[in-house]
Design a protein around this ligand. Structure first.
Ligand SMILES: Nc1ncnc2c1ncn2[C@@H]1O[C@H](COP(=O)(O)OP(=O)(O)OP(=O)(O)O)[C@@H](O)[C@H]1O
Ligand SMILES: [Mg+2]
Length: 266
């Protein structure tokens, strides 16, 4: 359980970025965070992990508090980050070393390392690339290696901060499919994105706007009730199509299940 309790944050005093943010993300949820450029999504993500600390209020992972230095290491171990540009995340020269690197950092016993590397690479279907050089892989493959490096550390939560935004449609689909597979296995997934076609398959949407949590709820209700264009967001293709065809009936649970059942794509 990840809880924001009356969280306030600013980078520069007098210029609030987040004001009184409250939410709880339960273990195993798939949550999308949306909002315009500069609305504070990445700031929320960094607060979750204790990379940033609230100016007021608390951020807790179960009973662990990001403002308690003794808890911070445990929090870092339980939350993994995948960023927009996988290149920025690579440190070593082979795929295997890339996944091993994080394990050495958290002092996993040597005899357990290889098993963890193999399992993580298999989970993203990159097991045939052990000796490959990360920089020579395609964008989608790079991002899958970045995910494997996180998975090997066995976090409870993975935050994807625009992790699909630099990928072509096939790469995006593969990464999104991995996210849904991990979710189906019980992992908590937090997906920050500008692609509304990707958030419709989430269980819950958080909309950040002008420092506030403007919406927290079901994607179905979000796209039915929130004037998304006012928040510099688009409607998903499926919703636009419905509107173009001027279908009168409200969106239904069946329709939503139809969207969700597309994932994971194998
Ligand atoms: N290190 C920093 N120092 C000062 N201001 C910052 C810093 N990082 C972010 N900001 C500002 O805080 C606000 C929120 O930034 P943040 O990166 O959280 O937004 P975002 O929603 O992730 O945007 P994007 O969609 O462009 O990734 C922006 O106005 C940004 O300019
Ligand atoms: Mg951001």
């Amino acid at each position: 359980m990840l809880t924001f309790d009356h969280v306030h944050f600013y980078y520069k005093k007098g210029h609030p970025i987040l004001e009184d943010i409250n939410f709880t993300i339960k273990a195993g949820e798939f949550v999308a965070i949306v909002g315009a450029n500069g609305s504070g999504k990445s700031t929320v993500a960094k607060l979750m992990d204790g990379l940033l600390l609230p100016k007021k209020g608390t951020v807790k992972l179960q009973q662990l508090d990001t403002t308690n230095p003794n808890d911070l290491m445990k929090i870092h171990q339980q939350i993994g980050f995948v960023f927009q540009n996988p290149e920025d995340q690579f440190i070593t020269t082979t795929v295997m070393d890339e996944v091993l690197f994080g394990l050495q950092n958290i002092r996993v016993p040597r005899e357990a390392m290889r098993g963890r590397v193999d399992t993580a690479l298999r989970a993203v279907q990159m097991e045939d690339f052990l000796e490959a050089m990360p920089h020579q892989l395609s964008g989608g493959q790079k991002q899958r290696v970045a995910i494997a490096a996180i998975l090997a550390m066995q976090p409870q939560i993975i935050i994807f901060d625009e992790a699909t935004s630099m990928l072509d449609p096939q790469g995006r689909e593969q990464v999104l499919s991995i996210m849904h597979r991990l979710h189906n296995q019980g992992m908590t997934i937090i997906h920050i994105t500008h692609h509304m076609d990707e958030v419709i398959s989430a269980e819950r949407i958080l909309l950040i706007h002008e420092g506030h949590l403007q919406f927290d709820g079901d994607p179905l209700i979000f796209f039915e009730t929130v004037p998304v264009l006012e928040y510099q967001l688009q409607l998903p293709f499926a919703v636009r199509l419905r509107k173009t065809l001027q279908l009168e009936s409200p969106l239904t649970a069946n329709w939503k299940e139809g969207i969700r059942s597309q994932w994971p794509i194998n």
